[in-house]
Design a protein around this ligand. Structure first.
Ligand code: ADP
Ligand code: MG
Length: 396
């Protein structure tokens, strides 16, 4: 690891006591009726925050929430996050409705050692996503030191993730970011065989990772709706399944890349099909998808093959459910693969919001090697791409 970390910062002479530390975290949590519906990401940020507070830092915490697109949207305020964070930390969390400027500076000036202030949603300012240098300077003016712990946003070059770095006295990776990079490196530099499971809704979402992994992965097993676009590319019937006909050429390229590199690419050989994607719909297992029917899960024979691949792997990466796991009748393929990964002696990394939801629903969270908190960032990292948030730290 070539970036300085929170450990380095805390070990330095003088430490962080009395220093203003800007922490960029990923507190982009789902809200329902103005309350935090799932606090997984807040929980993930606690480690770094607790260490800094215990060391007497004055913590200025910043994050984005949702996609306000540069406008102040009350329903995307971080205020409910401040409340949940206070409950989890067991101490007061101050909140500033301004994230930069005189009001924010005044709020920061009120902080005492070991206290924490959460700034309002950074993306209420269009300058954040534009990585505007003046905005980055304003953020930097709030602090002496900077800790990036927002792995989920590390693949974006935004003011708070990258732009701010040159303007602060010291810039390091927080515990979550460090841990994510260490765990995901296992997929980039795998002990072989490396077996990857890619699924989910759309080929177009994951084309880049498919293309990058196909030639390097010993076994690449494809499930979810994206499998049907691959079947379509092979001229096989897909019935009324969700397909992306405009992606069949891309799918063919992925198949060819795997073949030319001598890698195994697995597609489902049987399918759970239903007439409608809803609980209670009639479903059956078929080898070939009949007209009018939709593929909703990989079939039992496919699931058994995928599970066998997971068992003989030394390294596993999984992103994207194998079927419509939200409906129990269509969740068997996802469950079989998840259990096989949990039981495998391979080092495993699971990423993706829905994949994590599936793993947690099955109660297998503790049995996976690593659950990545950043879906998009983890996909970019395992492709071998540089993450701008990490590159900015490396340059320091
Ligand atoms: P992740 O969040 O783990 O990256 P995605 O967002 O790519 O995963 O995909 C998850 C979604 O894909 C789920 O809502 C699931 O219902 C859907 N999905 C999986 N298989 C199918 C299918 N055969 N048909 C339609 N949707 C599917
Ligand atoms: Mg998703």
């Amino acid at each position: 690891m070539t970036v300085a970390t929170l450990d380095d910062l805390l070990a330095e002479r003088g430490g962080v006591r009395g220093r203003r530390v800007l922490v960029r975290a990923d507190l982009n949590v789902p809200l329902r009726d103005g309350r935090v519906a799932d606090d997984t990401r807040i929980q993930a940020a606690l480690g770094t925050l607790r260490r800094l507070l215990a060391a007497g830092a004055r913590v200025v915490l910043a994050s984005h929430l949702g996609r306000p697109k540069g406008a102040r949207k009350p329903e995307l305020s971080l205020r409910p996050v401040a409340e949940r964070l206070a409950a989890l930390l067991g101490r007061p969390v101050a909140f500033s409705e301004a994230c930069v400027g005189p009001a924010a500076e005044a709020a920061v000036a009120k902080l005492r050692d070991g206290e924490l202030l959460l700034l309002e949603n950074l993306r209420f300012h269009a300058e954040e996503e534009k990585n505007d240098p003046a905005f980055a300077k304003q953020l930097a003016a709030l602090a002496d030191l900077y800790v990036n712990d927002a792995f989920g946003t590390a693949h974006r070059a935004h003011a708070s993730t990258a732009g701010v770095v040159p303007f602060v006295g010291r810039a390091v990776a927080g515990d979550l970011l460090r841990e994510e990079l260490e765990q995901l490196r296992v997929v980039r530099e795998p002990e072989r065989p490396l077996v990857c499971f890619l699924g989910g809704a759309k080929v177009s979402d994951k084309l880049a990772v498919l293309a990058a992994l196909a030639p390097h992965t010993d076994v690449l097993a494809i499930g979810g709706a994206m499998a049907y676009t691959f079947l379509l590319a092979q001229g096989k019937p897909t019935g009324a399944s969700r397909v992306e006909p405009e992606r069949t050429e891309d799918a063919k390229r992925v198949l060819a890349a795997a073949r030319e590199a001598g890698r195994e690419l697995l597609l489902p050989v049987d399918h759970v099909v239903a007439e409608r994607i809803e609980a209670g719909a009639e479903a059956r297992v078929v080898k070939e998808i009949p007209p009018g029917w939709r593929g909703v899960d990989i079939g039992p024979e496919s699931a058994a093959r995928y599970a066998a691949a997971a068992r003989r792997a030394r390294t596993v990466f999984w992103n994207g459910p194998m079927g419509v796991f939200e409906i129990d009748a269509f969740a068997k393929g996802t469950e079989t693969v998840a259990r096989a990964i949990a039981e495998s002696s391979a080092r495993s990394v699971v990423g993706g919001g829905d994949s994590l939801a599936a793993v947690n629903k099955l109660g297998l969270g503790d049995r996976m090697g690593h659950l990545s908190t950043g879906g998009g960032a983890s996909l970019e990292y395992v492709q071998g791409l540089a993450l701008p948030g990490v590159v900015a730290l490396e340059k320091r």
